[in-house]
Design a protein around this ligand. Structure first.
Ligand SMILES: [Zn+2]
Length: 121
């Protein structure tokens, strides 16, 4: 067994399980599980999409809603990127970050997602 590390992601998907060097990736000065780094990247994309689109959004509030959807509700962050891009392409006005909760329930977007990605992905 090689050296193991504590994952540096504060929303670690492995509940503090240590990670080996070959199963991890460096993000800044921290070592993260590969899937944790992936989720982190996807959330950054969601945040960038949101903040570029919605003017004067409340950062803490928006991040709280995103974290809730991804980590509490277990929604695929790749779906959220897809759904948000769809909403933006339609020029839908987002008045509140709580609107994001509606995206995983939107039957039209779910259908489009399944068409592109297959069901259950
Ligand atoms: Zn982790």
């Amino acid at each position: 067994m090689g050296k193991t590390y504590v994952c540096g992601y504060n929303h670690c998907l492995h509940k503090g399980e240590k990670v080996t060097e070959q199963d991890s990736i460096m993000v800044g000065k921290r070592r993260l599980h590969i899937d944790c780094a992936e989720v982190r990247d996807h959330i950054e994309i969601i945040k960038n999409l949101y903040f570029n689109y919605v003017e004067s959004a409340n950062y803490v509030e928006v991040v709280g809603v995103i974290n809730n959807i991804i980590f509490k509700k277990g929604v695929n962050p790749r779906y959220m990127i897809f759904a948000l891009k769809h909403i933006i392409s339609k020029n839908v006005v987002i008045k509140s970050p709580y609107f994001l909760h509606y995206l995983p329930k939107n039957k039209i977007i779910i259908k489009l997602w399944e068409k592109e990605n297959g069901v259950n992905k």
